[in-house]
Design a protein around this ligand. Structure first.
Ligand SMILES: C[S@@+](CC[C@H](N)C(=O)[O-])C[C@H]1O[C@@H](n2cnc3c(N)ncnc32)[C@H](O)[C@@H]1O
Length: 274
């Protein structure tokens, strides 16, 4: 069990992925559960890639472990990994250097703070977003509240319905920023493009409680049913989702020390940009 105080360490921003949290994550990705999960997720992506060529973005790619499994299976496809951690990207660059020599299409990485709406829309054919933990600080979240007021109001409404006081504020931040990240994913895709997202989960969608089902749809951008007087804008269509029981859920337990996360797995959702 890790001795890192994740709440405290990550409250300063994602820079911790260049230090203690980054090292912890790299160790986690080497365990049996993660190795099996990456292989499984990569096979989902390959099944979705119907063409011979195109652009795949790995959003918050870390050391690029999904890309690493995809570059051989999809030799004609161009890959772009985006992450804020220079240390993670340095590791990714090591395996990519060897792979580039053996394939015609590019493998590139970009260091950026996410979500990033300043970059030109990539018009990617596919985007992969696995085991997300996009960290934000209060000063970074503020501008997005002005940019997306309807999302802000909906996130507040949903959070207040579920929690009170400080917990409602924390839930609001989580719901709102997840939604903003999903908007960023949508921006990077062409219309009709596919997003394969992999979230830690405690069961299949239909097994989740009412609020968890609703908040998942809101966060990923596939909800369009009116909440009180507000209607969310639907920018992704949910095509399918599949739950896998896996010890990867222990990542969440280690970070939160919440025993509810001693069991669970991950959900692979396929979303289409509308
Ligand atoms: C839990 S790791 C997942 C990495 C990768 N997707 C995988 O499945 O192995 C989260 C990644 O998100 C990156 N990250 C977290 N917050 C970020 C932010 N605000 N901007 C850019 N990258 C961020 C971290 O550097 C880290 O590589």
């Amino acid at each position: 069990m890790s001795q890192i105080d994740f709440t405290k360490t990550l409250s300063a921003g994602f820079g911790a992925y260049n230090r203690t949290v980054g090292q912890w994550w790299v160790d986690q990705t080497r365990n049996k559960a993660h190795v099996a999960a990456y292989t499984n997720i990569a096979s989902h992506v390959v099944r979705c890639a119907k063409k011979d060529r195109g652009l795949i973005i790995d959003y918050g790619c870390g050391t690029g472990l999904i890309m690493k499994r995809l570059v051989d299976a999809l030799p004609g496809w161009t890959f772009l990994g985006i992450d804020g951690s220079k240390v993670m990207l340095r590791d990714a660059e090591i395996w990519a250097r060897a792979k580039r020599k053996q394939r015609p299409a590019a493998i590139e990485f970009r260091c950026a703070t996410l979500p990033d709406f300043s970059a030109p829309a990539e018009k990617a054919d596919m985007i992969v977003f696995t085991f997300p933990n996009i960290v934000s600080v209060a000063s970074g979240r503020c501008p997005f509240q002005k940019l997306f007021p309807n999302d802000r109001d909906l996130a507040r409404l949903l959070a207040k319905k579920q929690e009170k006081g400080k917990k409602a504020e924390e839930l609001f931040d989580q719901l709102f920023m997840s939604r903003v990240v999903s908007r960023n994913l949508r921006l990077l895709l062409r219309k009709g493009g596919l997003c394969v997202r992999v979230d830690y989960c405690q069961g299949d969608r239909h097994e989740l409680g009412g609020f968890d089902q609703l908040s998942t749809l809101f966060e990923e951008g596939s909800l369009n049913t009116k909440q009180a007087h507000l209607r969310p804008h639907k920018f992704f269509k949910l095509l399918s989702s599949q739950y896998y029981e896996s010890a990867v859920i222990l990542d969440v337990y280690e970070q939160t020390k919440d025993k509810d996360f001693l069991e669970g797995g991950y959900l692979v959702s396929l979303l289409q940009a509308v």
